[in-house]
Design a protein around this ligand. Sequence first.
Ligand code: 13P
Ligand code: ZN
Length: 215
Amino acid sequence: MTEQEQREQEQKIQMVNLARSFYERGYSVGGAGNLSVRLDDNRILVTPTGSSLGRLVPERLSVVDMQGNWISGDKPSKEYVFHLALYQQNPNCNAVVHLHSTYLTALSCVEGLNTDNAIQAFTPYYVMRVGKLQVIPYYRPGSPKIAEELAARANTGKAFLMANHGIVVTGSDLIDACDNTEELEETAKLFFTLQHQSIRYLSDDEVKDLENRGK
Ligand SMILES: O=C(CO)COP(=O)(O)O
Ligand SMILES: [Zn+2]
């Protein structure tokens, strides 16, 4: 096995393990959600369409090239087009997570969200990991319009709430994208938990101080 093949095998096993962990902790149900990661040679590893995140198999994960040609594995997720759009537009994006996780999906169904940032910061890690949560309009799952919306915003943030659908989060690698997603889901959970409280949001200065520090 070449070094590249070895690394690719490790990335496949990592995807299966992280996806199963999401599934086991209730972040995904049924066949919902999809993950992808950038491989060498302009190729993308993506979860197959219709697959449960709890039961992925390394050898069956799909590989597509940057033009969207299906190279190997099972048929790729119907959302692979929007995953590709993010990789094509943003060279720093190396992994993408899409989930219908409960609290973020609940938030995606709320009327009148601020589409520039659906959650104003009230905890530091939200700022440090994600920063802001833009909202893209509703399109049916698999619509090429989702890719257009994300391509236009690919360099403006890491997290995108898809109205009445779920969440898309990017990262520097798959672990980073998964950690960003978990932080965001937790933030949405806190947001609903605090619904009837008056929240002390972080001030602009407090947010700026965090933005300059990274995570
Ligand atoms: O979440 C999904 C669609 O938005 C799941 O689709 P796939 O099973 O094709 O990945
Ligand atoms: Zn979906």
